[in-house]
Design a protein around this ligand. Structure first.
Ligand code: PLP
Length: 468
């Protein structure tokens, strides 16, 4: 489908010389052994051009990855320049201006007291590294008993074994019982739509959640706990859940009371996605360690970061002097140069304030155009990070029969109409819930946003007719 945008930015044009789709599907393993996803030939700004000639408006930025859209010329130049300058050096012996400059740019002004950065290749690697860094910090202070992490239900932190252990994505853990890092427990998420009592005030809800965390620390033994880990704004699993007022400040106070570190996972909600350079800057909290990924490289290169405050760096710098961890491809020059230019584009083109502004428009459109539908239980989010949760019954909030897969059906229907959204599933009373996630590039146009919401509306109408 090709959609009119009706605004000032010119529409991307399809590739003139479409390379033939000459491959035979079958040898490349995607997640599914049997299903072969649509093939993308090229992409420009917020539009993907498929090899079958269709175009798709990317309203989820991959999975909240694309921040500046596709094909930005200055990023392409930076990639080319770095590839010409130096492709790789091992970080044990060498550094590069790209990696140093990226750390300096991200930590300019020490946001929230963050002091140093460690770059890896993916969000899962960043979370694993954050877990190990936190452990090493306690170890170097002689607190060697500490092995336990407290995370939250309905959270997602990655797919490697330790990051998966922090995660609560039930479906992804089923075949791997017994594979996990054993010292993790999960508390309730700050998820008002599902967990706040009808007669409970926001303040009481916050206090109850914070108390639950403190009780869990006491149950485990406060001097056994390494860190509390949570997504500042919960992403894929629960779907763009913003915490109630005072939640993170409350959690931080409890952590500090017992010498427990606070790790915020901003792999999905960070890097400007929520309308601020870091989501925690909107929460009156100063985390000890922050993980970032997806939006950091904007999809142009695989890169993630572990950012730590001075409390962490001081102990290790004055102790063993080195983080006992590393990967061959950490701080890869090509990835760092790419992310550096993506971040410079964001600053130059003032895309974080644009994200906040377009986010307001998206919220307005969603509430106006689909808020009244009987299957739309909740619309929630911040910046350009929004979820629409679907329910069978709006009053009781009961989910659809998981066999229907209502959220996936809406996603598939929207895709056929030319808009990509991201399906997700929280867990509701042990059952799979349904939502779709919207996380478009920060420079998506007003006309494109209108198209996204119009298509989503049409898809919901069509799926309600079939399953409502
Ligand atoms: N943490 C959060 C909050 C995420 O959303 C994700 C991925 O969706 C991860 C960690 C894992 O990142 P990756 O898929 O890059 O390994």
């Amino acid at each position: 489908a090709s959609h009119p945008t009706g605004d000032e930015v010119s529409q991307p044009t399809p590739p003139t010389e479409a390379s033939p789709s000459s491959y035979t599907p079958g040898r490349l393993l995607h997640r599914s052994f049997t299903h072969h996803p649509a093939s993308v030939l090229s992409a420009k700004a917020s539009t993907l051009f498929l090899s079958d000639g269709r175009s798709v408006l990317d309203a989820c930025g991959g999975a909240a990855v694309a921040t500046i859209g596709h094909g930005h010329p200055s990023v392409l130049d930076a990639i080319s320049k770095q590839a010409h300058d130096v492709s790789y050096v091992h970080t044990q012996a060498f550094t590069t201006p790209a990696a140093e400059d990226l750390a300096n740019l991200l930590l300019e002004g020490s946001p929230g007291g963050l002091d140093m950065a460690f770059f890896v290749g993916s969000g899962s690697e960043a979370v694993e590294a954050a877990m190990k860094l936190a452990r090493q910090w306690h170890f170097e202070r002689g607190e060697t008993r500490r092995v336990h992490f407290v995370a939250r239900q309905q959270g997602y932190h990655g797919n490697t074994m330790a990051s998966m252990s922090l995660s609560s994505n039930v479906a992804r853990k089923i075949p791997y019982q017994g594979f996990s890092y054993p010292h993790v427990t999960h508390v309730s998420p700050p998820f008002a739509y599902r967990y706040q009592g009808d007669a409970e005030s926001e303040e009481d809800f916050t206090n109850r959640l914070v108390q639950e965390v403190e009780d869990e620390f006491l149950r485990v033994g406060t001097d056994n706990v390494i860190a509390f880990v949570g997504e500042t704004v919960i992403g894929a699993t629960a779907g763009c859940v913003t915490p109630p007022k005072g939640y993170w400040a409350g959690i931080q106070a409890v952590c500090q009371r017992y010498g427990i570190l606070l790790i915020l996972d901003e792999v999905m909600c960070g890097s400007g996605r929520c309308g601020a350079p870091f989501a925690f800057l909107q929460e009156n909290v100063q985390p000890d360690i922050v993980t970032v990924a997806k939006g950091l490289g904007g999809g142009y290169a695989p890169i993630a970061g572990v950012l730590m405050n001075q409390k962490i760096t001081d102990v290790i710098r004055n102790g063993s002097g080195a983080f006992v961890h590393g990967h061959t491809y950490q701080a890869h020059p090509l990835s760092c140069a790419t992310a550096l230019e993506v971040q410079k584009v964001i600053r130059r083109e003032k895309l974080i304030s644009q994200c906040a502004q377009m986010g307001k428009l998206l919220e307005e459109l969603l509430r106006r155009e689909i808020g009244g539908f009987k299957s739309v239980g909740d619309i929630r989010g911040r910046g350009l990070f929004w979820a629409v949760e679907f329910v069978q019954d709006k009053k009781t909030k009961s989910p659809f029969d998981p066999k229907i897969g209502f959220g996936v059906k809406v996603q598939q229907d929207a895709f056929e109409r030319g808009v990509a959204v991201y399906p997700g599933a929280g867990t509701i009373d042990g059952h799979r819930g349904d939502h779709v996630l919207l996380a478009p590039p920060f420079n998506i146009t007003q006309g494109e946003l209108e198209t996204v919401v119009e298509v989503l509306r049409e898809s919901i109408v069509s799926q309600e007719a079939l399953h409502g």
